[in-house]
Design a binder for this molecule. Structure first.
Ligand code: F6P
Length: 324
């Protein structure tokens, strides 16, 4: 019997992250190298529902490794959260002869990959989010770049904060997780780091700390706050009122998601993209790929979604002790 050429599709879904393009490139190049056809699906699951896709070749992914964003565009697709949407996507896959799909995104995108896998279309998830909040992997594509961007921004803030003897309350991304806040807080020498995982007492953990450090002669302060904690404007007002130190809030926002991916993100994306194709080549779907101790691993999607990842309490302690 003649061997049918395999066709795989690749899409990016959810919030974009630097390094997604490197992952797309790895998927496309690996698949072509192994004799498969590759379709690039536009705007996440929307493209899978509407058949908005284009065949990709070696050159389609040239010169994208160093670019932020995603050449395939991305979206959060409400229709795909309903069974009817998943059913439509399945029909498109059958019509287009798609034998497997690589989904690059976060937890929400993984749930979609699970639903489509359950309908018989093998899907493999790759962790793409700056938040690093996917439990089945120690590392997510985009995390390193985003943290370097935060460091760069906060270094600039520190200059003006220092010149004015001010306190800067900085909100960094991480709706549910404090990984960015904790690591960048340490790297930027924050006096206080607030994360959703660690409850805090305003008087003791924020105001007293700043007051005490002020008494020792420290004149400017960085307070790093994860988005999931929120309320930076109010916090800035409270700090100013309680300590007498002029305080400004700064929400770094979406700049954290842009820019050229770091070396770490390019390599992580390439390793994981390569592995995703190896799985689909063998007809293995319903898996999520990740990195553990820098080695590529994969798990059943359901198992992956049920895993729990916790903040590094040792790092929290270190941050606490080294800040003034
Ligand atoms: O999940 C990545 C992330 O950047 C979160 O940190 C943030 O809360 C969210 O996406 C913002 O989403 P949007 O781009 O839809 O505003």
């Amino acid at each position: 019997m003649e061997n049918k050429q395999k066709t795989i599709a690749v899409l990016t879904s959810g919030g974009d992250a630097p390094g997604m393009n490197a992952a797309i490139r790895a998927v496309v190049r690996t698949a072509l190298h192994r004799g498969m056809r590759v379709l690039g699906v536009r705007r996440g699951y929307n493209g899978l529902i509407n058949g908005d896709m284009v065949e990709l070749n070696y050159l389609s992914v040239s010169d994208i490794m160093h670019r932020g964003g995603t050449i395939l565009y991305t979206a959060r697709c409400a229709e795909f959260r309903e069974d009817a949407g998943v059913e439509k996507a399945k029909e498109t896959c059958i019509k287009m002869g798609i034998d497997g799909v690589v989904v690059i995104g976060g937890d929400g995108s993984y749930r979609g990959a699970r639903d489509l896998s359950l309908k018989g279309i093998p899907c493999v998830g790759l962790p793409g989010t700056i938040d690093n909040d996917i439990s089945s992997t120690e590392y997510t594509i985009g995390y390193d770049t985003a943290m370097n961007t935060v460091c760069d921004m906060v270094d600039r803030l520190r200059d003006t904060s220092q010149s004015h003897d001010r306190c800067s309350v900085v909100e960094v991304m991480g709706r549910k997780a404090g990984y960015i806040a904790l690591n960048t807080g340490i790297a930027c020498g924050a006096s206080v780091i607030l994360m959703p995982e660690v409850p805090y007492d305003l008087e003791k953990d924020v105001l007293d700390k700043i007051r005490n450090a002020h008494k020792t002669g420290k004149q400017h302060f960085i307070v790093m706050v994860a988005e999931g904690v929120g309320g930076v404007e109010e916090l800035a007002k409270k700090i100013e009122a309680a300590t007498g130190i002029e305080t400004r809030a700064c929400v770094l926002g979406h700049v954290q998601r842009g820019g050229a991916p770091s070396l770490t993100d390019r390599v992580a994306a390439t390793k994981m993209g390569y592995h995703a194709v190896e799985l689909l080549e063998q007809g293995i779907g319903n898996r999520v790929v990740g990195l553990q101790c820098n080695e590529v691993v994969d798990y059943d999607i359901l198992e992956g979604l049920e895993m729990v990842k916790t903040i590094d309490t040792n790092l929290v302690r270190i941050a606490e002790e080294v800040s003034l």
